[in-house]
Design a protein around this ligand. Structure first.
Ligand code: ZN
Length: 275
């Protein structure tokens, strides 16, 4: 165990420690993750630590940081490369979907060890913003695809059903910050499938060249969700993947690779729109 207490004379800031599973507060413990729990400190210290410390949340934050850098670069190249306003709007919504959520995810992973109160605030914001982010992606794809009226009617109906279920899960059945991990994973699958599956299916059937992109996206999404919900790979070798390749870090990587494919999806969909 490593315990680099920071002496902070005259302040009431809890000392920073990176501890093992059994020394970590209960709310922080993750199944099969045995080491690397960062506990204590302030938000400023937690952000600084992203640059010099590898704990079991560091790569969770960095996968999100690198994802939004990629996303911003892609959006920027679209702005430079094309003058068509409808292209700009679709890509702007896709970019905003990612940008509006990313800060809360980074904050959650950086600050989670400070206190349980930090976790409650940022997990709530993270889940809510993730939901609106997936919803916004649905809007971006609807705008990019030449979908007929009957499709939009079914689509909106599906989105409303999922939204109502989402409200039930997050408010009546649970407090949003107490949702257990498998339930949250399942919940995100419903939202994703409710918002995005109809659009990807429509695109795969109607837009030339999108079948492959749509299929790969779903395989990656599905595989990532299963790994995350079932705690793979750490349940096979507890303690080995704590800080570098735990199911949570892999789930972030999956989400970012899907985001790369979402840009490809919009590229293809908008290339087929009659000018
Ligand atoms: Zn996360």
């Amino acid at each position: 165990m490593r315990a680099d207490d920071e002496q902070r004379s005259g302040t009431s800031v809890p000392p920073v420690k990176v501890v093992d599973f059994h020394q970590a507060p209960t709310y922080l413990r993750r199944p099969y993750i045995l080491h690397g729990y960062r506990v204590g400190g302030t938000r400023r210290m937690a952000l600084a630590a992203l640059f010099y410390e590898l704990n079991n949340e560091t790569l969770n934050a960095w996968t999100m940081i690198l994802g939004i850098i990629y996303s911003t670069w892609r959006f920027w190249t679209v702005l430079i490369d094309t003058a068509r306003a409808e292209v700009h709007i679709s890509f702007l919504i896709l970019w905003f979907a990612a940008a509006s959520h990313v800060g809360f995810s980074i904050a959650l992973h950086a600050f989670i060890g400070i206190s349980e109160a930090e976790r409650v605030v940022f997990r709530t914001l993270d889940v809510v913003m993730l939901q609106q982010s997936i919803f916004l992606k649905g809007v971006a794809f609807c705008l990019a695809l030449p979908v007929p009226g009957w499709f939009l009617t079914f689509y909106v109906f599906g989105v409303v059903v999922v939204l109502m279920y989402s409200f039930y899960t997050c408010t009546i059945r649970n407090r949003i910050w107490t949702i257990p991990k498998p339930e949250l994973a399942r919940h995100m699958q419903y939202i994703t499938f409710g918002y995005l599956l109809p659009l990807w299916t429509y695109a795969a059937l109607n837009i030339g060249g999108l079948t492959l992109v749509a299929s790969i996206t779903f395989l990656i999404w599905f595989g990532g969700a299963v790994l995350y919900a079932k705690h793979y790979p750490e349940r096979l070798w507890p303690g080995v993947f704590d800080c570098v390749a735990s199911s949570h870090i892999l789930m972030h990587l999956v989400a970012q690779s899907v985001h790369v494919l979402e840009y490809r999806f919009l590229d293809r969909a908008l290339a087929d729109v009659p000018k």
